[in-house]
Design a protein around this ligand. Structure first.
Ligand code: PLP
Length: 348
């Protein structure tokens, strides 16, 4: 059954009551001005002397049509990591509230839970890495504020069943975060297009993967205007620096370049998966909708060390539950992918 969603009741009291920091640029807005003596900036060293736009409005105006969301439905932060941390700081009362998440998944959800002193309930995926909506919902109680879902999931690479995610969104009365860091590599419909249907949905995207800009640290969250307003209230006033905002806007002027990266990476992925599966040391390549794949090997630890010796670094996920003897391998350039295959073919 659909459950009532009450954002105000979900928000921590101190956040609901917070008077946010009011910066000089917030107080003065609108009319054109030439003399700025309001923020104790140094008048020299233009254009780095001025505080950047705290709400990154120019960049959001470029992003909104591209992502099919409203400008006020976008939060930008210092990587997705900032949005993940803000979810805890806005909704979870330390030592009282809890969150539920799939397992295995991206490690930052748990690290941020630990830092914020919030209980983290990890619910295993099924054997084929699918979402068990019943188990996820059964793990919630009155103090569960957030459910973490990642699709396509890291480290497994697969997309989770959309209907199972929709069930969680409908039947859970708290916040559901769907991390779509890798949805650009999938042909499934992304959940960020469903914001109007689900008032409790937060979708995460990032500049770090398809957009090839991990170094500038820029993550995105999409949600209702009310949820984004809460994020804006709590974030550091100037959380995205000018250099990052400019680099992102430069990047977005050349969308064909980004689409070309996607085409190359998808083509390489299509070639890599069967070639890797043919290796005598590879027991299974799991289905992927991301720019990486998970492979079960005869002896992942030994193969990992062997590849390090050859100067090739992959991710050893052997110690992760359900990922025993698995390596996670990113799709690189054709040359890099061939170097990996050549090294693996020499492995004894
Ligand atoms: C890589 C990745 C991110 C990106 O994090 P940033 O802080 O934006 O670099 C987010 N979520 C998942 C699941 C990832 O694998």
């Amino acid at each position: 059954m659909p459950v009532e969603f009450n954002l105000e009741a979900l928000t921590r009291n101190n956040i609901r009551q917070l008077s946010p920091y009011s910066c000089a640029r917030d107080e003065f807005k609108g009319r054109a001005a030439e003399v700025f003596l309001d923020a104790n900036e140094n008048p020299y060293n233009s254009s780095f002397n001025r505080y950047p736009d705290p709400l990154q409005e120019q960049l959001k105006a470029q992003l909104a049509p591209l992502k099919g969301v409203g400008e006020k439905q976008i939060f930008l932060g210092n990587g997705s990591d900032e949005a993940i941390d803000l979810v805890y700081r806005v909704f979870c009362e330390p030592r009282i509230d809890n969150v539920v998440a799939i397992a295995p998944t991206y490690g930052m959800y748990k690290v941020c839970a630990d830092i914020n002193d919030v209980e983290y309930r990890a619910i295993p995926l099924t054997e084929d890495f699918q979402l068990d909506a019943d188990a996820l919902l059964a793990a919630t109680d009155n103090n569960t504020k957030v459910i973490w879902i990642c699709s396509p999931n890291n480290p497994t690479g697969n997309s989770l069943d959309a209907n199972a995610i929709k069930r969680v969104l409908t039947e859970f009365g708290g916040i559901v975060v769907v991390d779509e860091a890798y949805s650009d590599f999938s042909n499934k419909q992304p959940f960020r297009t469903q914001l109007a249907t689900y008032p409790n949905l937060i979708v995460l995207n990032t500049f770090s993967k398809l957009w090839a800009s991990a170094a500038i640290r820029l993550g995105m969250a999409f949600a209702s205007e009310d949820i984004i307003a809460l994020f804006n209230k709590v974030k550091y006033p100037y959380n995205v620096n000018l250099l990052t905002q400019q680099k992102a806007m430069d990047l977005l002027t050349d969308i064909p370049r980004i689409n070309n990266w996607r085409a190359i990476i998808l083509r390489e992925r299509a070639q890599m998966l069967p070639s890797f599966a043919e290796l005598p040391t590879c027991l299974k390549v799991f289905p992927t909708d991301a720019n990486f794949f998970l492979a079960r090997m005869t002896d992942a630890n030994r193969i990992y060390q062997y590849l390090v010796g050859k100067g090739i670094i992959v991710r050893n996920r052997s110690r992760v539950k359900l990922c025993e003897d698995c390596l996670r391998i990113t799709i690189g350039t054709p040359q890099e992918n061939n170097a990996l295959l050549a090294a693996m073919r020499q492995y004894k």
